[in-house]
Design a protein. Structure first.
Length: 673
């Protein structure tokens, strides 16, 4: 406001003078209320080169050119007010121009001349600047900067490098400006400004240097999160923020500075990492303050027995800093944990943890490790120590609850998984020896996936003369060929699928047989039964006879382009219901490609779901098939999602929608495999 009041006073004085003798009636119409163009006054005079010159009168919005003596014609005219009381302005050229009469030209060709001549004021100049005493260009925040020159009274602000502008001037007259250096000031030249919306600015030729805060020492270079760090130095009250490693910034509300600016203190954040500390001034200048090392847990040790599934204790120093725990092979620990300064108690070692390092992580990402070794299962005896394959045995030892499977020798490895144990405890495992096993010893597999443990001796298995199956398919269609593997098949007289006798054998040996599932076998779940020549029967693994492929839809539908949507199967899928469809059944789409390059897609009929417009989608293309013009079978399994949605009301009116290009759909079937 100080600046604008001052200029307004000068302008009023200038205009008052002009109103007395702006021009004669012959040269200039001063009646501002006619329809003609007229000028009542202009100013200020003298005008600053590069400054703004205003004209007041009537209908001045019709002026399209203003000629100043000694300057090119000016056509860049700002119309500030139009009509009977109008006001326009121009920017006076910064160079050239002489005193004389001003000519205004209108769009109709009329010329208006001022009676009074325009006069110019010399440019604002800066002769010199200094801090404190003349000649000195170095100072501190709060010191007095002096600017000497001419017409300085027209400038109302001092802008320092760093962007801060000070308008609270201590001395302000034509020849002198003095101002206190603000804390935001940085090294560099200063700029005078008239603070207008489009300001006139003048920069000094010389630059000033601002004394920065200094750091003499840190109270400590090794610190623990939460402890207080004090930085000693000078002018620390100029610090706006503190930058620590780990992406940590402290604002001036998060640290304390002494009244004399000689110390700055803060509590070390948990996220602060090792490395340099940087102080940032209000002028955004960075001041190095030294480096720190953060305290990490130390003197680490694992106490007691470490076993999967049991508690684990780690002792040491500064353990309260730990924010994360990670086991070898088991990843980050998410279970219950109690953390104290000298002890960490983990409620349960993860089942998948293996021997290795326990990694402890601090909030700042720093890590320390401590090695641990897990207990392993051992086998001390077996009862009986010698057994015929197929018999029951108890294996004794320690930590046997960690075992996931036991493998016995034979023509092929004979594996008994934990789910098939009769009983499993820490000191013993009860199980049946596989009928196809024979030899000595065993191998223990561990639940955590660590290396198997080979056990020699302890148990001797005598091969059974009874036939035994070690490998067989889980299901097949009636009439399909299947192969079973095992031992003592030479002692087999007959094979049954449940009660259905196998009559057609493809090949037989003592360890492998291939035969056809009886064609008359009904769909269902059975056991493979072997019968020896004495009529004794030996029960083998479970086996299912699955239904043959059932046709759900048959026709000839060319997909055409992608815009063509072909509906397949009826709404709510009665065809699937009639076929007894269940999760895991296989849907087959029989298609015939019509070109070398083709694409095919199956989606569901729920196209109205905004959150999931397809529900499910399967795609195929020619890149995965060597068709050579032949038909192709595209298949997918019925998941629980597909089946449940297929059997509900469809918005589209069909179970499946097929799309694509260069493909003809001919049949859709379902089968159990």
């Amino acid at each position: 406001m100080k600046k604008y009041n001052h200029i307004f006073t000068l302008l009023v004085v200038a205009l008052a003078g002009l109103s007395l003798a702006a021009c004669s009636n012959e040269d200039l119409n001063t009646d501002q209320y006619t329809g003609d163009v007229s000028v009542g006054a202009f100013g200020p005079c003298p005008v600053l080169r590069g400054g703004t010159l205003y004209f007041y009168g009537s209908n001045l919005d019709q002026v399209n050119e203003i000629d100043l003596p000694g300057s090119p014609a000016i056509t860049a005219i700002d119309v500030l007010e139009s009509g009977g009381h109008s006001k326009i302005s121009i920017t006076v050229p910064a160079e050239g121009g002489t005193e004389g009469i001003v000519t205004l030209k209108t769009t109709s060709g009329q010329e208006l001349k001022t009676v009074s001549p325009i006069t110019f004021r010399e440019d604002i100049v800066i002769d010199k600047i200094y801090i404190g005493t003349e000649g000195n260009l170095t100072g501190s925040v709060g010191d007095i900067l002096t600017i000497k020159g001419d017409y300085l009274n027209l400038m109302w602000g001092v802008t320092f490098t760093g962007g801060v502008t000070v308008t609270d001037l201590i001395t302000h007259d034509r020849y002198t400006i003095t101002v206190a250096i603000p804390k935001e000031a940085a090294n560099g030249k200063i700029t005078l400004t008239d603070t207008a919306e489009t300001p006139t600015e003048l920069q000094s030729e010389e630059a000033i240097s601002i004394n920065l805060p200094t750091v003499t020492k840190l109270s400590a270079t090794t610190l623990k999160a939460g402890s207080t760090l004090t930085i000693t130095g000078t002018d620390l009250n100029l610090i706006q923020s503190v930058q620590l490693q780990g992406g940590v910034f402290l604002s001036n509300e998060e640290f304390t500075v002494s009244n004399d600016g000689k110390s700055l203190s803060f509590a070390l954040p948990e996220a602060a990492a090792d490395g340099d500390i940087t102080l940032i001034t209000y002028s955004n200048t960075k001041v190095p303050a030294g480096a720190i090392t953060t305290v990490a847990p130390s003197d680490l040790a694992v106490s007691g027995t470490v076993k999967n599934g049991l508690p684990m204790t780690i002792t040491g120093k500064d353990l309260e800093l730990v924010k994360g725990i990670e086991f070898a092979n088991a990843g980050a620990y998410s279970g219950e944990v109690k953390i104290e300064s000298s002890k960490i108690v983990i409620a349960q070692v993860p089942e998948l943890a293996q021997d290795g390092n326990l990694t402890l992580t601090m909030q700042n990402g720093k890590q320390v490790t401590v090695a641990y070794t897990l207990v392993k299962p051992t086998v001390t005896s077996a009862d009986p120590a010698s057994i015929v394959a197929g018999g029951e045995v108890v294996v004794y030892g320690t930590n046997l609850d960690l075992v996931s499977a036991i493998t016995f020798p034979g023509d092929a490895p004979q594996v008994v998984e934990a789910k098939d144990f009769i009983a499993q405890e820490e000191e013993g495992i009860q199980l049946n020896i596989p009928a196809a096993a024979y030899g000595s010893g065993m191998t223990l597999s561990l639940k955590n996936g660590a290396a198997d443990i080979a056990i020699s001796g302890i148990l001797t298995i005598t091969a059974a003369s009874d036939p035994a199956i070690s490998e067989a398919p889980a299901s097949a269609l009636a009439g399909d060929e299947i192969t079973i593997k095992g031992k003592n098949f030479n002692n087999v007289a007959n094979i049954y699928i449940g009660t259905y006798k196998v009559n057609r054998y493809v090949s037989r040996s003592n360890t492998e047989m291939t035969f056809k599932v009886p064609a008359e076998a009904a769909v269902g779940d059975y056991k493979i039964i072997m019968e020896d020549f004495d009529g004794n029967r030996f029960e083998g693994p479970a086996f299912s006879v699955v239904p043959a492929e059932t046709t759900l839809w048959e026709g000839s539908e060319a997909t055409g382009g992608w815009a063509n949507n072909i509906g397949v199967l009826s709404d709510a899928g009665p065809e699937l219901v009639a076929a007894g469809a269940k999760v895991g059944d296989i849907i087959r789409m029989y298609v015939t490609p019509n070109a070398d390059t083709w694409q095919f897609k199956v989606v569901e009929g729920h196209w109205s779901d905004n959150d999931n417009p397809y529900g499910f989608a399967m795609s195929w293309d020619s890149s995965s098939f060597d068709t050579d013009g032949d038909s192709v079978i595209l298949k997918f399994a019925l998941t629980e999602t597909i089946l449940s949605r297929a059997l509900t009301q469809q918005w589209w009116g069909n179970v499946f929608i097929v799309q694509g290009e260069n493909v003809t759909l001919t049949k859709v079937t379902i089968s159990a495999k």
